[in-house]
Design a protein around this ligand. Structure first.
Ligand code: PLP
Length: 426
């Protein structure tokens, strides 16, 4: 047998001897006493170093309009910072709000306000509905799902395709049920599959009829400019498409510089229709007198323009691309052609989505753990952490050094094969 023979076509004897080999490889892996971690989707120290200059900024304390950034005020954020996000997100500056360091916090604020107050076009606050449901493309971002779970919002899953959420499945869920109030989407280089929502799918999502008059698409463009190749894919124009189809208030867009500058001290942004933005600022005005404009100015001085951000992101790409190539190389070397695992080399973002043989993902994670390789718990990318097929594993290669990614992934490949062989011979 060669490495390229699908395991399912092997005889019982061949499978048994292959299992012996995989067990021996696994034992050798354990004997190495590795301590490696592929769980954290955060920038590596070398990436953070790219923004070290921020720590010596700002040099002044006024923006170009003369606003003293040290003082209170300016709830929607510094105009020049808003202009940078507007350019990167392909929206008008008047639609943008810049806030604190976390876009996740802005998503939480929006959801909380929709529940307690309702949106501009809500018949009543969402919390007064008998039940609230959300469409959740899977696999997806675990924190989106835990936020909904915290609020008791029911999650209806739809498959994530390479072009975005399956629009036919979404349409079927939202058309007749007015309690389906919204959906999540990570449109560009999605967490974790790396899928990019096409302009066609985006247009369908913005135009589709919904039974809820206040249906919201929470458009979390966390990886809008996080390209891993020279092809710098543009995100679909969510706000423009929504206006064109007569649903201007449907999308609310989020982004941040968490994986551009400092993950803990970046700038977050929200972009939405005039009505949504006014509604958001009205709520926000009760919670804050203004954002950290010093940090806004620091970022404005550091980047100058949106092109400054694009240039900076190419430096991230140079550090990250080899790690993603190492993941693909390790998986291909051991698992290519075996028919027991599928993955796509992403063209951007922070993750590699690995689908192993059905019913073996938890076993792979356990095997890896017992060999000193920490992986994100199986099922993490599904609502309530339940992957119905126990097949999905999210790999995060950004944080460890390149050699560590290589070592860890060679080990993961052993675990994937061993788990599959255990299952095939049981
Ligand atoms: N949205 C997605 C899809 C993410 O993957 C992450 C971080 O992993 C975030 C949001 C967090 O964003 P922030 O740091 O701006 O709160």
């Amino acid at each position: 047998t060669t490495a390229a023979t699908p395991l399912s076509s092997l005889s019982a004897d061949d499978l048994a001897s292959r299992l012996d080999d995989a067990r021996a490889d696994y034992k050798a892996l354990q004997a190495r006493g590795l301590v490696l971690d592929l769980t954290r989707g955060k920038p590596g120290p070398d990436q953070l170093d790219l923004s070290e200059g921020l720590l010596r900024l700002p040099t002044g304390h006024k923006d170009s309009a003369g606003v003293d950034v040290r003082n209170y005020g300016g709830l929607e954020g510094l105009t020049e910072m808003r202009a940078i996000f507007a350019d990167l997100l392909g929206v008008d500056v008047t639609n943008v709000v810049c806030g604190g360091n976390s876009s996740l916090t802005m998503m939480h604020q929006v959801l909380t306000a929709l529940l307690l107050k309702g949106g501009p076009d809500s018949p009543r606050p969402w919390s007064q509905e008998p039940v609230v449901k959300f469409v959740c493309p899977v696999p997806g971002y675990d924190r989106h799902f835990t936020m909904l779970a915290e609020f008791g919002i029911e999650m209806l899953t739809v498959p994530m395709t390479p072009d975005g959420p399956d629009p036919v499945a979404v349409r079927a869920l939202v058309a007749d049920d007015p309690t389906v109030k919204g959906m999540w989407i990570v449109p560009t280089y999605s967490n974790p599959t790396g899928a990019v929502c096409s302009a066609e799918v985006a247009a369908e999502l913005m135009a589709m009829p919904t039974a809820a008059p206040d249906f919201r698409i929470l458009w979390d463009n966390a990886y809008a400019v996080h390209h891993l190749t020279e092809r710098e894919t543009k995100s679909a124009d969510a706000l423009g498409l929504a206006v064109a189809s007569g649903h201007p208030n449907r999308p609310i867009m989020f982004a941040s510089t968490s994986k551009i500058t400092f993950a803990g001290a970046g700038v977050a942004a929200l972009a939405a229709s005039t009505d949504n933005k006014a509604w958001y600022l009205e709520r926000l005005s009760l919670a804050s007198i203004g954002p950290d404009k010093v940090n806004h100015l620091r970022h404005v001085e550091f980047f100058g323009t949106a092109d400054g951000v694009r240039t900076h992101m190419r430096k991230h790409r140079d550090l990250l691309a080899p790690k993603f190539e190492a993941v693909d190389a390790a998986l291909s070397a051991r698992l290519g052609g075996l028919g027991i695992a599928e993955w796509v080399a992403p063209t951007g973002g922070y993750f590699v989505n690995l689908d192993v043989m059905d019913g073996t993902a938890s076993r792979v994670v356990t095997l890896a753990k017992e060999a000193g390789i920490a992986l994100t718990p199986a099922g993490a990318a599904f609502p309530h952490s339940k992957d119905p097929n126990d097949r999905n594993i999210r790999l995060a290669p950004s944080f460890p050094a390149l050699e560590e990614v290589e070592l860890a992934m060679a080990g993961v490949a052993v675990c994937v094969e061993l788990a599959a062989l255990e299952k095939l011979t049981s």
